[in-house]
Design a protein around this ligand. Structure first.
Ligand code: ATP
Ligand code: MG
Ligand code: FE
Length: 333
């Protein structure tokens, strides 16, 4: 079973072919980071224009890498949301055009379902499982009893983890996207600055990162006014320690409570070395719970994950018509 995946929800134009939902046959990602860097974030108009320019090139490259024709495919899966509407539309229309031209079934995929299914390209899923989704726009704990069915048991009440990384990075004068820079600096610093941890109510699996972000900005501001010097490395290490403490503790609590067989890590922030190491240490202490973490290239946006999730939905009978539209605020559950 060969599925072509297409992803254009944000600033990566991506296409990939996945076999049987688990094996990457081809995987192409054209990143626009360089074009957005000088604006300190993704500019929607620029993103759409790049997708238009890159889409056919990326698709051609994917077919070439796979050494396949469109007639060899069984289905086309595309990210229908959430994301930037003008960006999503480019992928959705490309997918519809290909499905129509080659008479192939079309499947719409939720971007976060894709991030979760990146793990299936590493390891077969065992249910029930818990996925910790940490990306640029989402921070969620997702419980899954079976393929393609998602229950959000906790989510951020304000900023997403990746968003907090990017905002704190900006306060530290680091380039966009800031996550990888903070990750690197954190390895060289010490978590000696006292920062808050938002545990919220007892038993809640929700998250909150805006207080932490404000605390970092205030601490930097106050130090500057007093003429004190805070090492960027120490601030990065302290911020990261606070984020990781809460993410890991809530994940472990939820994994125990729901008695899951696996914990999956998903989303761009899953590339974070500190988070990966902390989860590995804590989950290895839990009896009978396996941790799955995708390699770095499958953590950030790509289309292999969309093809992987699309395969499962296709097998469950999900089909989209030519009326498929981009939905910037699509819900996962
Ligand atoms: P969403 O998936 O919620 O729609 P998105 O697609 O923009 O948002 P991703 O591409 O999944 O987000 O992830 C990008 C985010 O990951 C950015 O905020 C970036 O700073 C963060 N990130 C990437 N690498 C790291 C890292 N090593 N440490 C921390 N954060 C990282
Ligand atoms: Mg991105
Ligand atoms: Fe993403």
């Amino acid at each position: 079973l060969l599925v072509l995946g297409i992803e254009t929800s944000c600033d990566e134009t991506a296409a990939a072919i996945v076999k049987n939902g688990r094996e990457i046959v081809a995987n192409v990602v054209a990143s626009q980071i360089e074009s957005h860097k000088r604006f300190g974030g993704v500019v929607p108009e620029i993103a759409s224009r790049h997708h238009v320019e890159q889409m056919t090139i990326v698709l051609e490259e994917t077919m070439k890498q796979a050494n396949l024709n469109f007639s060899d495919l069984d289905a086309i899966a595309v990210t229908e949301g959430p994301g930037l509407v003008g960006a999503l539309l480019i992928g959705v229309n490309a997918a519809k055009a290909l499905a129509f031209a080659h008479q192939l079934p079309l499947v719409g995929v939720h971007h976060i379902a894709g991030h979760i299914y990146a793990n299936r390209l590493v390891k077969e899923m065992e249910f029930p499982l818990l996925a910790l989704v940490v990306s640029g726009g989402h921070t969620e704990l997702v419980y899954m009893k079976e393929h393609g069915v998602f229950e959000v048991i906790g989510e951020t009440r304000d900023d997403a983890a990746g968003e907090a990384y990017d905002k704190v990075a900006r306060a530290l004068d680091l380039p966009y996207p800031g996550g990888p820079h903070i990750d690197r600096l954190a390895q060289q610093g010490k978590p000696i600055i006292d920062l808050p941890r938002a545990w919220l109510e007892e038993g809640s699996y929700d998250f909150s990162f805006s207080g932490l972000k404000s605390a970092v900005i205030n601490t930097l501001h106050n130090a500057k006014q007093r003429g004190e010097i805070i090492k960027r490395e120490d601030m990065a290490a302290s911020f990261q320690a606070s984020v990781i403490d809460v993410l890991v503790e809530k994940t472990v609590q939820a994994a125990k409570h729901y008695q899951v067989k696996q914990v999956l890590l998903a989303g761009g922030v899953a590339a974070n070395r500190g988070l990966r190491a902390a989860l590995e240490e804590r989950v290895s202490q839990l009896d009978g719970i396996e941790l799955v973490i995708p390699p770095l290239f499958l953590c950030t946006d790509n289309a292999a994950m969309i093809a992987a999730a699309g395969t499962v939905l296709f097998q469950k009978g999900k089909r989209a018509t030519m009326a498929l539209n981009a939905n910037p605020s699509l819900e996962l559950a």
